[in-house]
Design a protein around this ligand. Structure first.
Ligand code: PGA
Length: 238
């Protein structure tokens, strides 16, 4: 695990964007794994800005998002599908058919998880997977206690996760209780992983990660089982 420290959020985001752009330009049909939340917003802003300058095209890029809330979808303002459209997909030259995210409104959630996992296997492996770090060590929505062998599945969100994400809703009771998430096994299949760490109160989660203790009670520790992980730390927000 390679760890890089940055003295600002902007410099971390710029570094992450440059790394993705390099891979997009190297590979004929790049497959990116994307995350939501506050952490990658600067990265997406930088990708849009570089696209507007003519530096990068997303025409041939395929993307897979990590997760989606159960019950929220296309038209919901707080769905992750809407987030991705607002911050990246609709702002660049993506082929909308190449943007994949679990369908949180599927009637049969088990079937949807299997569909998503099969699609990942068919189009993958993911060349670069972007991750954020949850305060409780979650990656995607894989909460503490998730076995490392899990594939895409439905998860009951921790109350701490719902409280952390309540800032996007009018109250914690509005935050969905479940989500569909790529599993830890699905994430670890990626060729390369970029874990971005930024935001108030992430220092203890980062310390735990860097202690190198591997435990399913701290899902991000599974990343020690992958040999191409770079952790980008915005030191100023810790
Ligand atoms: P954040 O969330 O980027 O909003 O801090 C990270 C996460 O929960 O994975």
């Amino acid at each position: 695990m390679n760890v890089k420290y940055f003295n600002s959020y902007e410099s971390m985001s710029y570094f992450a964007a440059s790394k993705l752009i390099r891979r997009i330009r190297e590979i004929k049909q790049p497959v990116l794994g994307l995350a939501t939340g506050s952490t990658p917003l600067g990265l997406y802003q930088e990708l849009v800005s570089q696209h507007n300058k003519g530096v990068v095209s997303f025409e041939n890029v395929i993307t897979f998002n990590l997760d989606e809330y159960v019950g929220l979808g296309d038209s919901h303002a707080k769905s992750y599908k809407t987030y991705m459209r607002q911050h990246l997909i609709d702002k660049v030259d993506f082929n909308p058919k190449s943007f994949h995210i679990p369908n949180g409104q599927a009637i049969d959630l088990e079937k949807e998880c299997n569909r998503y996992e099969s699609l990942l296997l068919e189009k993958g492996p993911i060349d670069v997977q972007v991750l954020g770090l949850g305060h409780n060590g979650h990656i995607g929505f894989n909460e503490p206690g998730t076995p490392f062998k899990t594939k895409t599945h439905v998860v009951e969100l921790d109350i701490t996760t719902r409280e952390a994400n309540s800032r996007y809703f009018s109250s914690v009771s509005e935050v969905p209780k479940r989500s569909i998430t790529m599993g830890i096994k699905s994430i670890l299949r990626s060729d390369e992983i970029l874990l971005l760490v930024s935001g108030e109160g992430k220092a203890s989660a980062l310390d735990k990660l860097l202690s190198h203790e591997i435990s399913k009670e701290f899902p991000a520790s599974a990343l020690h089982r992958h040999d191409a992980v770079t952790v980008l730390v915005d030191q100023s927000s810790l």
